[in-house]
Design a protein around this ligand. Structure first.
Ligand code: F6P
Length: 559
């Protein structure tokens, strides 16, 4: 196993520390003195226009950051990932989500560990698309012969966040009269709310779980199965014996998993199961068969365009020099903010309502990937890692937390994402409402960058203590990502952009961005504590005093 290069021991790191020592951010001054700044720092990425100019960097800082990527071998490791090396060291696995979006005719074929990856991917994709077409056309029916009108994806984490985020983003493309719902939480309220009003005869459940062992998903799958049988019986459908119940499951349940044996044990016909591979991490899996709900609701063509969008960015990373390589540069900017300017979080603020689940999706992608304190060889990290990603769509966030970004004491770099053309064109009289919306995006990035001085506040007639309260310091860094419209390809490009930003940061920090051991302890303890909650005295006695006290509260208040 190659040990990671310690970024803090590179000459680029020393340069960055020197920049940091006398760093005086001055976006007003930099813009005034340098007419070429915006042009130099605005880069294309597929259909995206990425404006980095309002970041707190000089050309010298960028040069040192690029040198850091070079010295830590970011692109060498990217090539190792593409080639199928086992860069997921703790699980001894290849990391090949990029293979999921290679075109069918990509050459040379990708063969890893003796397996033709391209053939495997195309075979499953073909089955996914064929099944999606059957459901969309009405050829696939429920047990009483009715066509499917609603699909319910049951999954959690990567088996939920990607599908629901993409579905919400591309909902205008849903054109087959099939809507999708997503159940993830083991709180029974989630299932209760999502099946409310559904017709069991026209509902298809997709159980999506990479491992097919996840407590939440398997519990919810059983809840859904019980609901189906009960509701069919209420509708007068005969489900009185095991064969009839199995027939109902065969018509109303399909699965996506890497563990097809477990799918069969659950009672789902393996011919209605769609596989993927251990080299696809859960949070990198929306472009695998985990996207089945998308292929059905939005159609195989839309799903294909989404995959093409991912691939565009994969190629950009592989083929573009570091100085122009947008995902690498954005990852480097994050390193600058976290490791040199003390930022602890990063806001993602989509000015596109359809992207309202994008920040939630990015939370898993970024934080489950880089929230690590050991490096890929087991040694401790040498610097801060893993900032907190968060956000809400604009303009909603403006009326909630932007105050802290503008005038708080914490540095919060923010990505603004906007599209020129909305999915729904609505006018308020003569007013183009979307233009008004986008004016807010432009206004916020401008206010954050350039602020408002005390003199400017006073010129408006403000005096006394109010002057300070109304002053904006500016120099709050933002990146603006603009696209013509939110097409499937643009969405694929956006997701891949953040995958590779995450990758870049992970390499520089030396962490394995593809495992998630930090989620295991809580899962194990939940299994141990569950009997105590339900009254088992032995399990109760094994708990600490606080947990016991909380269980007693639960038991005292349970109806
Ligand atoms: O708990 C973390 C996790 O393993 C995620 O990485 C994953 O996306 C999620 O659980 C769901 O896992 P599965 O798809 O195996 O049900």
């Amino acid at each position: 196993m190659n040990s990671p290069i310690d970024a803090t021991a590179t000459s680029a790191w020393a340069e960055l520390e020197a920049h940091q020592r006398d760093f005086a951010p001055d976006l007003r001054g930099w813009f005034a003195a340098d007419a070429g700044r915006v042009g130099r720092m605005s880069l294309p990425l597929g259909d995206l226009h990425v404006d980095l100019s309002k970041n707190l960097v000089t050309d010298e800082v960028i040069a040192s950051l690029v040198k850091l990527a070079d010295e830590t071998g970011v692109l060498t490791r990217y090539q190792a990932m593409l080639a199928g090396e086992h860069i997921n060291t703790t699980e001894d696995r290849a990391v090949l989500h990029t293979a999921l979006r290679r075109p069918a005719d990509a050459t040379p074929e990708l063969v890893v560990d003796g397996q033709n990856i391209d053939e495997d991917v195309q075979e499953v994709l073909g089955r996914v698309n064929e099944f999606a077409d059957r459901v969309r056309s009405g050829e696939w029916t429920g047990v009483t012969g009715k066509r499917v009108e609603t699909i319910v994806n049951i999954g959690i984490g990567g088996s939920d966040l990607g599908p629901v985020m993409v579905y919400e983003a591309l909902e205008p493309y849903a054109n087959a009269g099939i809507s999708a719902r997503f159940v993830s939480n083991i709180d029974p309220t989630d299932m209760g709310q999502k099946v409310k009003g559904l017709d069991p005869e026209t509902t298809l459940f997709i159980v999506a779980s990479k491992t097919f062992t996840t407590l939440e998903t398997l519990t919810n799958a059983r809840l859904a199965r019980a609901w189906l049988w009960e509701q069919l019986a209420e509708a007068g459908v005969d489900v009185s014996d095991d064969d009839k119940r199995a027939d109902a499951v065969a018509h109303h349940f399909v699965a996506v998993s890497t563990a097809l044996d477990k799918v069969e044990a659950f009672g789902i016909d393996p011919t209605n199961a769609f596989g993927f591979w251990d080299w696809v991490g859960g949070r990198y899996s929306v472009d695998s068969a985990i996207g089945l709900s998308l292929a059905i609701a939005l159609g195989p063509d839309v799903f294909g365009e989404l995959l093409d969008g991912f691939h565009t960015v994969d190629r950009h990373v592989a083929e573009t020099p570091l100085e122009q390589n947008v995902p690498v540069l954005m990852g480097l900017l994050n390193i600058w903010y976290v490791n040199f300017l003390g930022a602890q979080s990063h806001a993602v603020l989509p000015y596109a309502q359809q992207l309202h689940r994008f920040p939630a999706y990015l939370q898993q992608l970024t934080m489950e990937s880089n929230g690590k304190s050991v490096r890929w060889d087991g040694s401790p990290v040498t610097t801060e890692t893993g900032e907190i990603f968060w956000g809400e769509p604009g303009t909603n966030g403006q009326h909630a937390f932007y105050q802290l970004i503008h005038q708080g004491t914490t540095l919060i770099p923010a990505d603004f994402i906007a599209v020129v053309n909305p999915a729904y064109e609505l006018k308020d009289g003569d007013q183009d409402v979307h233009a008004l919306f986008l004016a807010n995006f432009l206004a916020q990035t401008k206010a954050l960058a350039f602020g408002k001085t005390a003199e400017e506040v006073e010129e408006e007639g403000t005096t006394g203590a109010l002057v300070a309260a109304r002053t904006f310091a500016g120099n709050k860094p933002t990146t603006s990502i603009f696209a013509p419209s939110l097409t499937p390809a643009v969405l694929g490009q956006l997701i891949a952009l953040y995958e590779h930003i995450t990758f870049t940061q992970g390499v520089i920090w030396g962490v394995n961005s593809f495992d998630q051991w930090g989620v295991e302890l809580g899962k194990q303890l939940a299994v141990q504590i569950a009997p105590a909650v339900e009254g088992d005295q032995w399990a109760f006695a094994a708990q600490d005093a606080s947990t016991q006290s909380l269980i007693e509260y639960y038991q005292a208040h349970r109806n």
